[in-house]
Write a protein that binds this ligand. Structure first.
Ligand code: ATP
Ligand code: MG
Length: 427
């Protein structure tokens, strides 16, 4: 294969065989968001580079080394979005839909990060995300987490753990930062290069390090829980109460800090043991400072994003039976006259039978050849229109997947017959 016909590393095609699982995840998301009154927002894939640098934080993996950044023809520095919260807040400020309002929003789409491609980690990947803006209480944190729990349950793959932590306010983090700095300085010898560099500017990031050498010293690092301010503690305790009341179990994970700088107070992550190292399927938290940081009026907010590839992989592993997308019927028509009649008949059927998936044979060919295509299409029945049927105004119905009887019906009765088949298959 030449380079021209090779996709970009870490950027994958979703082939038709895989699409039904994607559609299943997307459909569950749509339904669950609707059930909680979240509205869809569609955002551009490209934003100004400085938006991400400011929102995500200069000293983060994403901004330091993972962004797809380029100059456009005007010389403006633009970036393929690595996440969508920044764009969502940008849109809110630009269109003024955040001020004195509560907004419950969701989005879905591709994100781009130049990471090392591996199972569950890609350079173009897809997120579905939720953001609730304008509310500062733990009740909305609880709602948005309960929503994510319902979505995971609806998709049907089980065995998730909800990890929960509080990062406190930026003010309470100052003292914690100092404690961390002095602790990590004592262990500077075992820190990897990235962590050592972050010791001064962003020691919290070290807690998020995946470097094996760093793991042992993380266990005894000072805990943020011991430095929480009273307000953040009360917020967190109430959130735990609400989740318990809603029957959503969780574990406290004092080392959960998340990879983006904008989080305050609540952070959480849904993890699974079924995906190896890439164990996070959904992560999020509160970001009370972000709207103001980007130039809007202070607006509290909380949100999460889930990785669609990782969920689809779980759907596949668990062999969840997602709604079938293969055709119900394949219309075989032999000869020019039959082909003309078939085109018209197929349109009539699609008008009359809601939800029918009917493939019309194109490309001429004999009966045997067309029947082979019918079989290959995955259709459950073939509709056969030959010379005899044409003359008699009838059509043959030939089951392809079971030994049900073959039958011939009047073309005028086909819509009713198909409706009945569809009802039987749905039952
Ligand atoms: P991780 O710890 O796995 O790198 P993250 O903390 O960077 O995840 P977020 O930025 O919060 O993740 O994104 C939310 C979700 O998006 C993650 O929980 C994960 O499911 C998914 N995700 C993140 N990066 C990738 C990627 N490169 N490829 C596929 N999915 C991803
Ligand atoms: Mg990451």
């Amino acid at each position: 294969m030449t380079k021209t016909t090779q996709g970009v590393r870490g950027m994958n095609d979703v082939l038709p065989e895989q699409s039904p699982r994607w559609q299943w995840v997307e459909r569950c998301a749509r339904e669950v968001f609707a059930a909680y009154g979240y509205e869809e927002i569609r955002l551009p894939i490209v934003e100004r580079t400085e938006l991400f640098a400011r929102a995500i934080g200069e000293v983060t993996d994403i901004v330091e080394k993972e962004m797809y950044t380029f100059d456009d023809r005007n010389g403006d520095s633009l970036t393929l979005r690595p996440e969508a919260t920044a764009g969502c807040v940008r849109a809110g400020i630009e269109h003024g839909f955040l001020h004195n309002q509560v907004r419950r929003l969701w989005y879905a789409g591709p994100m781009f990060r130049h990471e090392r491609p591996q199972q569950g980690r890609y350079r173009q990947f897809h997120q579905i995300g939720a953001e609730a803006l304008g509310l500062d209480g733990p009740d909305i944190d609880a709602e948005i987490i309960v929503l994510s729990a319902r979505l995971l349950k609806q998709i049907g793959v089980g065995d998730f753990t909800l990890r929960l932590n509080s990062l406190g306010t930026p003010a309470s983090r100052i003292a914690y930062r100092e404690a961390l700095q002095s602790y990590f300085s004592e262990h500077a010898a075992v820190l990897d290069e990235d962590s050592r560099r972050r010791l001064d500017r962003n020691p919290l990031r070290i807690l998020d390090s995946k470097h094996p050498a760093v793991q042992p010293i993380l266990a005894d690092a000072p805990s943020l829980q011991d430095h929480l301010d009273d307000g953040s503690r009360a917020h967190f305790d109430r959130l735990c109460e609400l989740l318990t009341a809603a029957g959503v179990g969780f574990v406290l994970d004092p080392r959960l800090v998340r990879g983006l700088d904008y989080y305050t107070k609540t952070v959480f992550e849904w993890t699974t043991t079924q995906l190896g190292a890439q164990d996070a399927v959904c992560s999020g938290g509160r970001y009370d400072g972000l709207v103001e940081l980007l130039g809007g009026r202070p607006t509290p907010a909380v949100g999460w994003a889930l990785g669609v590839e990782r969920l689809v992989a779980l759907v596949e592993r668990a062999d969840i039976q997602v709604p079938d997308a293969s055709p119900h019927a394949y219309l075989v028509a032999v000869g020019d006259a039959a082909a003309s009649a078939a085109l018209v008949l197929a349109e009539r059927i699609r008008d009359a039978v809601p939800g029918v998936r009917l493939v019309l044979h194109c490309g001429a060919g004999g009966f045997r050849n067309q029947m082979k295509k019918a079989d290959k299409s995955g259709a459950r029945i073939a509709l056969v229109l030959g010379d005899d049927e044409l003359a008699a105004g009838t059509i043959g119905i030939k089951p392809l997947r079971d030994d049900a009887a073959q039958e011939t019906v009047a073309q005028d009765a086909l819509a009713d017959a198909l409706t009945k088949y569809l009802d039987d298959w749905r039952a």
